[in-house]
Write a new protein. Sequence first.
Length: 440
Amino acid sequence: MRLLQLAFVVALASGIAAILIYTAGVSKIYGTHQLSDEDLEALQSLQSGFQKCVSSNGLGLQALSGRDYCEVKLQFPSDTDPKWRDPKTGELEGLSFDFNLCEAVATWEQVRNSTTILTREFIDSLPNGWEEYAWRRINKGILLNRCENKTLCMEKLSLVLPETPPYFPRQFGRCAVIGNSGDLLKTRFGKEIDSYDAVVRENGAPIQNYTDYVGTKSTFRLLNRGSAKALDKVAELYDTGKEVLIVKTTIHDIMNKMIREVPILNPVYLMLGASFGSSAKGTGLKALEFALSICDTVDMYGFTVDPGYKEWTRYFSESRQGHTPLQGRAYYQMMECLGLIKIHSPLRADPNRVVKWVPSRSIVAAARIASEKLLRRVGAGSGHPLGSCFIIKKQVKGRHTGVSGLRKAAVEHKKYVKRTTMYPLEHNPGHGQLCTVPTS
Ligand SMILES: *[C@@H]1O[C@H](CO)[C@@H](O)[C@H](O)[C@H]1NC(C)=O
Ligand SMILES: *[C@@H]1O[C@H](CO)[C@@H](O)[C@H](O)[C@H]1NC(C)=O
Ligand SMILES: *[C@@H]1O[C@H](CO)[C@@H](O)[C@H](O)[C@H]1NC(C)=O
């Protein structure tokens, strides 16, 4: 009996000890934060500016406060006629959507300083990067038994895997991301689009025969699985120059064969993205994410974002299956009112339109810091430029070559982060990043 009691006490004590060690460990990683008065003020300023911004730019959309400083409800007018039905449940799309402003501001601001191209350096620096990660970026990678044969894995990725990031934050000034919406045929945005420093397009979007509407310039093209498999067709779409092709999903043997044999002379890379949860998916959003990681400003054309949605159309083909148009419109309006993008659409066609009430950079910066504390993000509140680095590795000497002729903003940013490269770590709960730092 005594023995049993003793065993019980020992078990209990070790349980408590385990819990204590666990919480101490967790709070050491994430820190525990008290929000200061300034933090709360910053979140309040963000909310109130945001709500005014949505009312004055959202073409009927309203933003309402939620239960706390972070939550916001974006609501369409009650006479909006939702046309889209969920193919699974048959239900009509709703008229209001809840978003978390703190999540959005913390995650998107981080994107602006991160690399969104998969590199060899990233896989090498990731703990067990080849065994745990590389195979996920290879089509049918599951058959490779965690890259048991590393040479084989490297071979499959070699054509799309640069040693180090080919692009840097703020490398480009003004960028335009062009969606494929049929709305593009309502306004002749072509000349305006050509005036940007870099233009990002999506999937199989043609340029020829549509230049009055979509412009002629093309710098990058984001590809989903389907388009990437037809890489040879996509590579022909822009005949006056070589677009950089960025594949959202995995490398496929068919693609490797085409790159080698057609041959495809365009640079081809795989994208490395942050995780935003279910409210933000699709090629359009990935294209915006990519642009935000390399450009000073990002303008958006050709997304279905005006009232009066009837059916999903592309500018170059018949209607097709789309998804959640009202949620998409609300999400893009949120991005505009966080100062991330500027929307251009048939009803917002004036190139000089000013997005009114968009929260200032200083409010966004303060709200971002407060949000990081609230969400217990890695490095929150430290104020250190490398605070969000969850894994830090040394850069391999000689691999990072200096890039001459970078824009001033890009050079300044490089100085700020001490020439560190930051990569998003998918599924890291505190949104910690993998950072590589110079050796000297
Ligand atoms: C590993 O893959 C390479 C490249 O395909 C191949 O030449 C080699 O024979 C493979 N090694 C083993 C042990 O299977
Ligand atoms: C452009 O129009 C011509 C003539 O109608 C057609 O042959 C060609 O395939 C079109 N190109 C594209 C990319 O749609
Ligand atoms: C991103 O870098 C800029 C400097 O270029 C800095 O002011 C800003 O705080 C950084 N943002 C994050 C989320 O670290």
